[in-house]
Design a protein around this ligand. Structure first.
Ligand code: SF4
Length: 512
């Protein structure tokens, strides 16, 4: 999108290079006089149906920039070198992908394996342990410690509780021998939970180990919707899990909902949302169901005639946002809400929120180490930043781990990208827009040695239409997403995505 090919700096020349008012973009003065240094995130999103319809188009969720579509095949020894050169003092965030599920949810677009074979989890755990051992042996250790520091850990899937309680304990205890973990009241240790797959003592076991957050996949409480997507559980079951988790002292509970599912109507979803609010989770994610049966086989079980139409979906979104914000939830961004005293909401107000493969996070200073089939790692060294992904096929992943046991240079990652300084500049801009609804040009100039107004002149011009529609405001200090633009933050971010128009226009689901 940008015609600029190199970052280095172009001298700032106020009279020549600053856009003029007949390019209706960066105004020298703004009606928002306090624009610099403020966060639009303190403002409630304003739902404007006409604007949502106008700007609703396909786009990435930006858990990374560049996105996974840019990954390339990796050379044999590169992952080893990247891990060996990792900065010893950079803290770690660990991610474990547990791919197994006992039942197929028909809306599913995840990397999962449907199985009822309990022994699958034990076998898989042995591969995870081998991968941990292998990667850990390559990492440098800080001088004042014996092990690398971990600040965050997340178990996702699939269904992480497909691992039996004793296997969860085995994994956790092995990790303690390999890494130094921040104390439980400072670190962030979370797990995704399918309410139907929770053993009687699993929550207690997890809490005893040191897990302090859970995320519950609820999606909808309406029975007709649950039957249509093959995921049936009662509201009481969810409420009981929340109560037990609170009694056990979990710090934060997230609930996932989905809008746009078969048989959902604005009225049924509203009932679900209100019932969930009564349960008072700390965080809520309200995802848009994207029906892509040609890409995701499970979705072929869903009949198109049962899906709500686009107008109904927009109504559902608008109602849900209004109901949640009226109930006091802070809109974080994209599809996330949090109570005002939740760490995510506090971090956003303080300008300390980040976004990575874990979604919104307060642990933005961590390198991410992923383990398991399809897991992603993200390592930032002094001069370069890498994103790596393990194979998405279980058998190939296991073959790679077996090979690594015999040859220390073989690693499980099969794809990667080395991000250029240009990528990192755009990543910084995109993540600031998605986390804080704001780009401070002076800050960008200082960090990247550019003149942001000149460098992004094409993007700024493209934002002119959004400025007219009051989705964004721009002045000489920066770009700010306004309340009407908060739901469309991804659309604003997409303007700064150099890869999107060139290659991937139709690869993503709709923003709303
Ligand atoms: S939605 Fe989650 S629980 Fe359901 S099949 Fe997919 S990965 Fe498994």
């Amino acid at each position: 999108m940008s015609k600029s090919d190199n970052i280095p700096p172009q001298p700032y020349n106020n009279s020549n290079e600053q856009p003029t008012t007949d390019r209706p973009v960066v105004q020298a003065t703004s009606p928002y006089t306090s624009l610099r240094g403020t966060s639009g995130s303190k403002q409630l999103p304003a739902f404007d149906e006409a604007l949502v319809n106008k700007y609703n188009r396909s786009g990435p969720r930006y858990t990374s920039y560049p996105t996974a579509l840019e990954f390339l095949p990796i050379a044999d020894d590169l992952e080893t070198k990247i891990l060996q050169n990792r900065e010893a003092y950079a803290p770690l965030s660990l991610y474990f992908h547990i791919p197994f599920c006992r039942h197929l949810c028909y809306y599913c677009a995840c990397n999962k394996i449907i199985t009822k074979k309990n022994s699958d989890s034990g076998d898989y755990l042995q591969y995870l342990i081998a991968e941990i051992k292998h990667k850990r042996s390559l990492l440098s250790i800080p001088k004042d410690s014996t092990k690398p520091l971990v600040k965050q850990l997340h178990l996702g899937g699939g269904t992480p509780t497909f691992l039996r309680d004793e296997e969860l304990v085995q994994l956790w205890e092995f990790l303690q021998t390999q890494f130094e973990f921040l104390p439980e009241d400072e670190g962030d240790y979370s797990i995704e939970i399918d309410p139907r797959e929770l053993g009687d003592n699993t929550l207690q076991t997890l809490r005893n180990l040191g897990f302090n957050r859970i995320s519950l996949g609820v999606q909808d409480l309406d029975e007709a919707v649950q039957i249509a997507v093959n995921r049936v559980h009662s509201a009481e079951m969810i409420a009981n899990i929340l109560n037990e988790a609170r009694d056990l002292g979990f710090h934060s509970i997230n609930i996932d909902l989905i809008y746009g599912l078969p048989h959902q109507t604005p009225a049924t979803l509203d009932k679900t949302v209100r019932r969930i609010i009564e349960m008072s989770p700390d965080r809520l994610s309200v995802f848009n169901y994207a029906h892509l049966p040609e890409r995701f086989k499970a979705q072929r079980q869903i009949k198109e005639k049962d899906l709500p139409d686009p107008a109904e979906k927009i109504t559902m979104l608008g109602n849900t946002i209004n109901t949640l914000t009226e109930a006091g939830y802070q809109f974080i961004g994209i599809d996330h809400f949090a109570k005002p005293d939740d760490e995510l909401a506090v971090a956003q107000r303080e300008g300390k929120l980040h976004r990575n493969f874990q979604g919104y996070t307060i642990m933005g200073d961590c390198d991410l180490l992923g383990f398991g089939v399809s897991a992603i790692s993200q390592i930032t060294n002094v001069n370069s930043s890498y994103i790596l992904q393990n194979h998405t096929d279980l058998q190939v992943y296991q073959d790679n781990i077996n090979a690594a046991r015999n040859n220390s240079t073989v690693m499980p990652a099969v794809k990667y990208i080395k991000t250029s300084i240009k990528d990192r500049l755009r990543e910084y801009v995109i993540m600031n827009l998605l986390c804080h609804d704001y780009i401070d040009f002076k800050d960008v100039n200082q960090k990247f040695g550019i003149d942001a107004v000149t460098y992004f002149i094409n993007e700024i011009q493209q934002l002119g239409e959004m400025q007219k529609d009051k989705l964004v405001d721009m002045d000489i200090a920066g770009i700010r997403i306004l309340p009407k633009g908060r739901l469309l933050g991804r659309n604003v971010a997409m303007v700064f995505d150099e890869y999107l128009e060139k290659k991937h226009k139709n690869r993503f689901s709709k923003v709303i």
